[in-house]
Design a protein around this ligand. Structure first.
Ligand SMILES: *Cc1c(COP(=O)(O)O)cnc(C)c1O
Length: 430
């Protein structure tokens, strides 16, 4: 496979950007090799600058549930852009997107649009602190909530792949406000709630972890967090930046029937444009400026182009049967991947919820960050490169989710399965 144009772009990039990228995982550090520079994409297919074609399972890390360059989304964004890219004044599209979000998420009485998932979680925590007048936050080992200072503790993704649990540049005073419990481990929450309950502002969790690879909540885990929050008076925040509109129209909270106080969204609701959102109970959101005294603002927040794209996605997702079809495709794909691994004599464990899944190399189970840390990262690296060489783009780190979109055709799935047969053989027995 010729990758010479990507290589020369990557060397230019490294002269002007840290590591040559604008988000660290794109640099391929944990799998090695040169990141592919992308020229264009459509449906489930993506083409790099050397003209190589790949079937994509990254899907921009989750936003593209309708596939790349979906005509409805691009059409809506184009016509919005033609009317002006930003006004710094309210527009109807913001109201429409907020209506669609609050309709599907009954726990969200009010919602505020921001520009990224990071902003959403950072703001939700500020509002939880404003509401409770308390400062401590419980998060879970392996959960990623973006890169706000206080949340860069025991993260998945970026932290995990480099083996650095905390970031440099975060004052320890900030990190000390963040208490860490084990995912799926209510027993690790209880002593924290006991000791800090009176100063506990929030419990924030990915209701399905997606940033240490996919790790579903164990039965009773989310319910236990709900009652822990009720007992302490803390605000329960579900970070549904990945899972919102992904696993069900109303996200993981609908799927598991557990209601948080605040929810954060991103990714899908922006249709591939930069968007985040946070919202929840009216009395809590009443703390947000200008209703209340928790300040949060944004020059480009509620951007008309991004709002138009988001509305187009959510309207498309409202068509009947969309989630059933996504489920069926992902089920079929992961079942075939399991067979392909067995045929090659490679031990893998697939964690899947709806159209998001992770293939871990190892016997499992993978139910928390410690177990995920024991999966075979080198085997994933060999699999990743063999998949890429055979025309399938996966996340360049083993602790990430793969995403199936409505645009993945039977032919795309067959192509992935065929490539996986070769890739598992290349991994060798583990
Ligand atoms: C992606 C993600 C974020 C951060 O969103 P950005 O838009 O990258 O800032 C936060 N939480 C979760 C669960 C995510 O998956």
């Amino acid at each position: 496979m010729n990758t010479s144009t990507s290589e020369s772009l990557f060397s230019r990039a490294q002269k002007v950007m840290p590591g040559g990228v604008n988000s660290p995982v794109r640099a391929f550090r944990s799998v090695g090799g040169t990141p592919r520079f992308i020229e264009r994409a459509r449906g489930a297919r993506i083409w790099d600058v050397d003209g190589n074609e790949y079937i994509d399972l990254v899907m921009s890390w989750g936003p593209l549930i309708l596939g790349h360059a979906d005509e409805r989304v691009i059409g809506a964004a184009k016509s919005a852009a033609e009317r002006g890219s930003s006004f710094g004044a309210p527009t109807e599209a913001e109201v429409r997107l907020a209506e669609l979000v609050t309709e599907r998420f009954p726990s969200m009485d009010l919602v505020r649009m921001v520009n990224s998932g990071t902003e959403a979680t950072m703001s939700a925590i500020r509002v939880a602190r404003a509401y409770t007048g308390r400062s401590k936050v419980i998060k879970f080992d392996g959960c990623w909530h973006g890169h706000a200072d206080g949340l860069l503790v025991k993260t998945g993704s970026t932290g995990m792949q480099y083996g650095v649990p905390d970031s440099a540049g975060v004052p320890s005073a900030y990190a000390q406000e963040t208490l860490v419990a084990g995912y799926n481990d209510l027993e690790s929450v209880a002593p924290l709630a006991e000791e800090h309950g009176g100063d506990l502002a929030a419990i924030i969790v990915e209701p399905i972890a997606g940033n240490m690879g996919v790790v579903p909540p164990a039965p009773g885990f989310l319910e236990g967090l709900r009652s822990g929050a009720d007992d302490t008076g803390a605000v329960l925040i579900f970070d549904e930046v990945i899972t919102g509109f992904r696993v069900a129209p109303g996200g993981a909270q609908e799927l598991y029937g557990v209601t948080p106080d605040l929810t954060t969204l991103g990714k899908i609701i922006g249709g591939g444009f930069p968007v985040g959102a946070y919202g929840g109970r009216e009395d809590i959101m009443g703390c947000v400026s200008p209703l209340g005294s928790a300040v949060q603002a944004g020059t480009l927040s509620g951007n008309p182009v991004a709002m138009a794209a988001g509305v187009a996605v959510l309207e498309a997702l409202a068509e009947p049967g969309v989630y059933d079809r996504l489920e069926a495709k992902a089920e079929k794909l992961t079942a075939a991947l399991t067979v392909a691994a067995e045929t090659a004599g490679v031990t893998v464990t697939t964690n899947r919820v709806g159209s998001m899944f992770t293939t871990f190399f190892g016997p499992g189970p993978y139910t928390n960050a410690t177990q995920v840390g024991s999966a075979d990262a080198d085997a994933y690296g060999r699999y990743f490169h063999a998949m890429l060489d055979n025309g399938v783009a996966m996340a360049p780190s083993y602790c990430e989710a793969a995403f199936v979109s409505t645009a993945h055709t039977d032919e795309d799935l067959a192509g992935i399965i065929e490539a996986a047969g070769k890739a598992f053989a290349a991994v060798g027995t583990t």
